[in-house]
Design a protein around this ligand. Sequence first.
Ligand code: AMP
Ligand code: MG
Length: 178
Amino acid sequence: MSVVIVTGVPGVGKSTVMAAAEEYGYKIVNFGTTMFEEAQKEGVANRDDMRKLAVEDQQRLQKQAGEKISQMGDVVVDTHASILTPSGYMPGLPEWTVKALNPDVIVLVEATPDEIAGRRSKDASRARDSDDIDLHQNVNREYASTAAVMTGATVSIIENHDNQVDDAVEQFRKILKK
Ligand code: AMP
Ligand code: MG
């Protein structure tokens, strides 16, 4: 297996769940960090400001990041199925990006809206939006399915509930072992 895309709403704990990937020889790439490296060259100061840029600017940065990551070989990509922008939910895996990445699996990490709201309130390092978490997770399922149908990737849903992160990591290990 070569490319695994891991998605989930901000604060669901995807970075924690995917930490096991390194044991299996995968490089972990954070899509937002790769995008932010490009955005900083254009004067964007904070990664949480990127989703407020004009959608066409976000798409340009997204394309640059997707192209870079598609050259990296076996990777687990930490990203989003959708990004909440002022003009609506922007696909994180639009046709041009998902076809460039050509994933084998698209993982959705999920938890209950209350669990996610609790995790966000404990993380002062990020500027999180106060949005409708249930709706965002539903939109993510729809967008992930579309990306899967375009590429033939499978979709796997990992539940990351409070005090059960070991279970979530185990679910992720099973995906990587295949
Ligand atoms: P994160 O640290 O994963 O929350 O990502 C930081 C920011 O990177 C997000 O708020 C988005 O602005 C941007 N980002 C991450 N992945 C994508 C993507 N696939 N498409 C567009 N923007 C993305
Ligand atoms: Mg993260």
